[in-house]
Design a protein around this ligand. Sequence first.
Ligand code: BDR
Ligand code: CA
Length: 311
Amino acid sequence: TRPVIIDCDPGHDDAMALLLALGDPRLDLLGVTTVAGNQTLEKTTRNAQKILALAGASDVPLAAGCERPLVGELTVAGDIHGESGLDGPDLDVPVAGTAGVHAVELMRRLIEGSPEPVTLIALGPLTNVALLLRLHPEAAARVRRIVFMGGSTDRGNTTPYGEFNIVTDPEAADIVLRSGLPITMVGLNVTHRALATTQIIEEFRALGTRLGTTCAELMTFFADAYRRNFGFEHPPVHDPVAVAYVLDPSVVRTVAAPVVVELGGTYTRGATVADLHHRSARPDNADVAVGLDVDAFWPMLIGAVRALGIP
Ligand code: BDR
Ligand code: CA
């Protein structure tokens, strides 16, 4: 099994990503860290605690991290994820406490304590990950790979060219992309293919478990939000795609390319500029996701929720 740490801001799709990591036996989820993004840090942390509790995984260490981006103010995505950050289902469940250390410190301990190099999966703004790289370069050097959901090779969802996680903390994304570590960028260009159709939602409901129902209700709320905000017929379930790639790289096709984040830009701050055709002289610094095997992806996610088997 592959040891991973998930840094996230749950978030409907973050919640689904956590369930995929917990339910698939190929991954060993060493810890979960939270960051401000979809909602405030207090809310994303609470939501992560609830998902772990619902999945019977309250023993997984959890730590809260940064409550705002490195530069500028936090703008949450209440229009997409609701007031709680996880609106829709009834998530009333007793939760466990947090590890009582900062997310960056928990990451350092888990990375240094793991006999095998850890894969870091980042599903929110990259604030915690950037701080880990700056504060603990020796720990960061032991990371096997950073796989983040964020950015896009085409258009954005928060600004015309900017995706939410990158637009929320462009400087953090810049630090990560310049780190020299192995990096995979899983952007909107592929996550927009992971659509939770009505049939998929019904498959979750048909599992007949509380978790299955919770997933169906999360995606139903998400579907309404995407219809309202974007006019999409079905919502893209972004974050689990990054986890699916770590589970089985054959599910996501990638190409190596130079990627930079636009930090200035009159209209484009936070855009990820991926030079897929190598028109610049910049060296490749990321494996960029360009394709998704949708038919393999959904059975993985549904299978993981089934495997968790909580009645
Ligand atoms: C990303 O932004 C968040 O709203 C989602 O959780 C996902 O990580 C998609 O742009
Ligand atoms: Ca997220």
